[in-house]
Design a protein. Structure first.
Length: 170
């Protein structure tokens, strides 16, 4: 099943097999734990290495792209991380297969919390100021992790209603 997806998903060229590989808990967790800190350090490194910061930035962006591809398909998807990835896929496909309204409200709210962190984060990165960067990063992480937890709930609700979704379970 090809997920409708959004612009970022299409830019990252995420195929069905890539989604399944990303459902490996190692992929999900390393992505959650490393991506924002790597981006932050690479952007902050302009203070230390000047225009050469582009190299660690490109390395961080490469890691974001390669992460869902580098891990094998999971042997089991009976875990929080795998089901969160599947829930994100269900969320991205909501225009093709509608989801219950309470999930839309919750996910939109949580994504808004995460998005609210972008402004202080960018401000902090721009000024090389620790506290706005940390505040923005905390809001982005808090919103994202709560959203991801909500995606687990969404997947568990939808897999019993949509046979195609149930097939992702291993």
């Amino acid at each position: 099943m090809k997920t409708q997806g959004n612009l970022i998903t299409r830019l990252l060229l995420i195929s069905d097999s890539t989604w399944l590989r990303h459902a490996n808990p190692w992929s999900a967790w390393t992505r959650i734990i490393t991506c924002l800190p790597l981006l932050t350090l690479s952007l902050w490194s302009r203070a230390w290495i000047g225009r050469w910061f582009i190299l660690p930035l490109l390395a961080a962006l490469l890691w974001i792209w390669i992460n869902p591809r580098v891990f094998p398909e999971p042997k089991s998807t009976d875990n929080w991380a795998s089901q969160g990835v599947f829930g994100e896929r269900v969320w991205l496909n909501r225009k093709v297969i509608p989801i219950p309204r309470h999930h839309v409200i919750a996910a939109t709210t949580l994504l808004s919390i995460s998005a609210a962190g972008i402004l202080p984060y960018v401000y902090g990165i721009w000024l090389l100021s620790l506290w706005p960067t940390l505040l923005g990063g905390l809001l982005m992480y808090m919103g994202k992790l709560w959203y991801f937890d909500r995606m687990v709930w969404l997947y568990r609700d939808m897999k019993d209603k949509v046979p195609e979704y149930a097939k992702w379970t291993r």
